[in-house]
Ligand binder design. Structure first.
Ligand code: ADP
Ligand code: G6P
Length: 475
C-alpha cells in the first residue's frame, strides 16, 4: 500500500482554496491563517506531498501542483463541513483550546464526523507515504490521525504539531472524548507544541486522564512494549528573509506611502491585522481606541486605526456574532468621532496579497496584537520582519506564543482596558531611539529563529528519536 513520498504533510487545508467565479469557473486562492503561512515555504523546498481539504464541500480535486507543492485533495460532504469542520473543530475544540473565551459545544454527531474524517485523512496519508517515510500531521482538526496512521503503517515515523494552545487539564477535562483525543495524539512519535506550557499541559493530561507515566517530556506506553512518545515545544515562525526582501522593494515602499497619503497623512497610523476571530481581542482593541478618542488623548485626523480582518469561519455562530459586534462598534466609533474625509477607524473585511500586507506593515507606526489567547501569532513576527527600517512599535498581548520571544514589544494584558490605553499612548510617543533599539532586538530574534529553522528542528528531533520511532509495534 506504500506510496512515493518520503515526506507527507497532513493538514486540514491545502495551501490553496478552490474558489468559483460568478460564472462558475474554478480558480485557486491562498488559504487563510498561520498554518499555511508557515508550512508553505517549508514544503516548497521539500519534495513532499501535502494532503488537505480544498475548502469547499464536494468531491476532491485530482492531485495537482500549486505554488511548488504537490497537493492531494480530501473531499468533505456539506454535512461533514458542518459537523467536522465548523462543528467539532471550530465549535468544540477551537474555543476549548483557547481558554473557553466562548463556550464550546459538545455534540456526539460532531464527534462521530470528526472520527470519520480523521480516518479519511489517515487513509490518504497511508497511501501517499513511501516505506519508512516521515508523516507530519498538523493541528487540532486531525488529532486522531497519528494513531489511525500507526495502525495502518507501523513503518512510518509520525510527527504531530499543534498550532494552537493546548489547554490546562482543568479545561481539557471538559471534553467528553478527552481519552480518545490523547490516545490519537499518542500514536505519534513526537508531539510538538508552540510553548513549553502547552507541552506540559499535554503531559499532565496524559498522567491525569490516562494514568500514563509522563515525565521530562516523555510519555511511556506500557501496553505498546513501553514505546515512548516525546512532547516538546517548537515555536513556529515565518520566512523572515523573504518578507524583509519584499518590504525593501521600491513598489512596496511606494505603496506604503500611498496608503498613508490616502489615509489623509495622519501623524499616527495604528494597524490591526487578523482573521476575524474572537480570540484576537479585536473588540478590546476597538474599545481602547474609542476611549482614547473620548478622553481626548488622541484626536481624529491625528491618529487613525486601520483594522484588516480576513473573513473566517463565516457560518459558525460565534463568528457571525463577532462580525456584527465589530461592525456595530466600528460604526459607532466613526459615527461619533469621524469628520468628512477623516475616518477614525478604517475597517477592511478582506484578504490581501503579500505585497499589500507588507506595505500595510510599513505604513503602520504602531501594530496592535491584542489576542486573548493565541498559539503563536505570526502577524507580530511579520510586522517585525517587514520593518527593515527599524521603525515602528509593536504592542503585543502577553497571551500569545510570540510574547515568549518578542520581549522587547510593549506588552499588554488586553483585558485591562486602562493598561491597553496607556500602552497605546506609550507606543505612539516612544522616542525613535528606544523604538529602534527594541525593533532591532526583535528583528534579530525573528531572523535567527525563522520558519526554516522551526521545521528543521522539528524534523531533526523526529528523525533523531532513533530506531524505535520507525519500528513501533503493529497494534
Ligand atoms: P491565525 O493562524 O490564527 O490566523 P496568525 O497571526 O498566526 O493567526 O496567522 C495569520 C496569517 O494570516 C498571517 O500570515 C497573516 O499575514 C495572514 N493574514 C491575516 N489577515 C490577513 C488578510 N486580511 N489578508 C491577507 N493575509 C492575512
Ligand atoms: C489557524 C489554525 C489553522 C487554520 C487557520 C485558518 O491558523 O491553527 O489550522 O487553518 O487558523 O482557519 P480555517 O478554519 O480557515 O482553516
Amino acid at each position: 500500500m506504500a506510496g512515493d513520498y518520503d515526506l507527507v504533510v497532513v493538514a486540514n487545508r491545502l495551501p490553496v482554496d478552490r474558489v468559483e467565479g460568478p460564472d462558475g469557473t474554478p480558480s485557486w486562492r491562498r488559504s487563510p491563517g498561520g498554518l499555511v503561512t508557515a508550512l508553505e515555504p517549508v514544503m516548497q523546498r521539500e519534495d513532499g506531498a501535502w494532503i488537505g481539504w480544498a475548502g469547499t464541500p464536494g468531491e476532491p480535486p485530482e492531485p495537482f501542483d500549486a505554488e511548488g507543492v504537490h497537493c492531494v485533495g480530501i473531499g468533505l460532504s456539506a454535512e461533514e463541513v458542518e459537523d467536522y469542520y465548523e462543528g467539532f473543530s471550530n465549535g468544540t475544540l477551537w474555543p476549548l483550546y483557547h481558554d473557553v473565551i466562548v463556550a464550546p459545544n459538545y455534540h456526539r454527531r460532531w464527534w462521530e464526523a470528526y472520527v470519520r474524517v480523521n480516518e479519511r485523512f489517515a487513509q490518504a496519508a497511508a497511501e501517499q507515504a513511501a516505506r519508512g517515510a516521515t508523516v507530519w500531521v498538523q493541528d487540532y482538526q486531525l488529532q486522531l490521525v497519528p494513531r489511525m496512521l500507526r495502525r495502518r503503517r507501523p513503518d512510518l515515523r509520525i510527527g504531530f504539531f499543534n498550532h494552537i494552545p493546548f489547554p490546562p487539564f482543568e479545561i481539557f477535562a471538559q471534553l467528553p472524548w478527552r481519552g480518545a483525543i490523547l490516545d490519537g495524539l499518542l500514536g505519534a512519535d513526537l508531539v510538538g507544541f508552540q510553548r513549553p506550557a502547552d507541552a506540559s499541559n499535554f503531559l499532565r493530561a496524559c498522567r491525569r486522564a490516562m494514568a500514563l507515566p509522563a515525565r521530562r517530556g516523555v510519555v511511556r506506553l506500557p501496553d505498546e512494549g513501553d514505546r515512548q512518545v516525546r512532547a516538546a515545544s517548537f515555536p513556529i515562525s515565518i520566512d523572515a528573509v523573504a518578507l524583509d526582501e519584499l518590504a525593501r522593494r521600491p513598489e512596496v515602499q511606494e505603496r506604503a506611502q500611498e496608503i498613508r497619503r490616502d489615509l489623509g497623512d495622519p501623524q499616527y497610523v495604528l494597524l490591526g491585522v487578523d482573521r476575524l476571530d474572537y480570540t484576537k481581542g479585536i473588540l478590546h482593541r476597538l474599545k481602547s481606541f474609542e476611549e482614547l478618542l473620548a478622553d481626548g488623548r488622541v484626536q481624529v485626523g491625528e491618529a487613525v486605526l486601520v483594522q484588516v480582518a480576513t473573513p473566517s469561519r463565516e457560518r459558525v455562530d460565534q463568528y457571525v456574532q463577532l462580525r456584527q459586534d465589530v461592525e456595530v462598534t466600528v460604526g459607532r466609533i466613526n459615527g461619533t468621532y469621524a469628520e468628512i474625509g477623516k475616518a477614525a477607524v478604517h475597517y477592511l473585511h478582506h484578504s490581501y496579497g503579500r505585497e499589500e500586507m507588507a506595505a500595510l506593515f510599513l505604513a503602520a507606526d504602531v501594530m496592535l496584537v491584542t489576542s486573548l489567547r493565541d498559539g503563536m501569532n505570526l502577524v507580530a513576527k511579520e510586522y517585525v520582519a517587514s520593518r527593515y527600517d527599524e521603525k515602528g512599535v509593536l504592542v503585543l498581548s502577553e497571551f500569545t506564543g510570540a510574547a515568549d520571544e518578542l520581549g522587547q514589544a510593549v506588552m499588554v494584558n488586553p483585558h485591562d482596558i486602562d493598561g491597553l490605553k496607556d500602552a497605546v499612548i506609550r507606543a505612539l510617543h516612544m522616542p525613535a531611539r528606544e523604538a529602534g533599539r527594541r525593533m532591532r532586538a526583535m528583528r534579530r530574534r525573528v531572523r535567527e529563529h525563522d520558519v526554516q529553522r522551526w521545521a528543521a528542528s522539528f524534523l531533526e528531533a523526529l528523525d533523531g528519536l532513533g530506531d524505535q520511532a520507525g519500528t513501533a509495534i503493529d497494534l
